[in-house]
Design a protein around this ligand. Sequence first.
Ligand code: E4P
Length: 222
Amino acid sequence: MKFFIDTANLEEIREAQDLGVLDGVTTNPSLMAKEGISGEENVRSHYKAICDIVDNNVSAEVIATDFEGMVREGEELAAIDDKIVVKVPMIRDGVKALKHFSNAGIRTNCTLIFSAGQAILAAKAGANYVSPFIGRLDDVSTNGIELIAQIVGIYDNYGFTTEVLAASVRHTMHLIECAEIGADVATCPLKVIMGLLNHPLTDKGLAQFLADHKKANEQVTA
Ligand code: E4P
């Protein structure tokens, strides 16, 4: 399973990269705005800065919603760095753009997926990644994890190579359930990745090991 971090914050990206388990980054216009990044040049150099930290897979989202605009923006984003994956929304012109980018050898991530039908369309159009939003479905009393399982099953049935990228992951159980049902990737905030570390019995066990070691060594030197 690949781990992506869902942020445009360079410090958080560095911290996750430093842990040694990071496979990529996803951003969206809201996350870029949260970091105060605006204006074409600043956006581009911020994406470049992200690419310089991680090994691969930096999703950069187009703002245009028409086919020509998405193609122009996507090609500009892809030219920033080979690590860029162009993020395209699941709308009619987005599907056309996915097909265009697939033919042009530009990697894509189809975002704002909320149904299996949308995921089928994205795969048919040649998306490299498809991003179903778990947390936002849970927010409206719909089981986001069930959608991930449904898409994984459908892709398996037909051998689609599109990777299921579980997005809008809010907590560690989301991530673990995604792993159980075979999601290819989970993108989550830093706190969710770091949250996987924690178990009180690990802390208690380590404290005991260190105390025993200290006691044994005090006896040797006494
Ligand atoms: C993924 O690509 C999205 O940017 C993200 O996961 C959305 O998460 P949110 O619902 O917590 O905003």
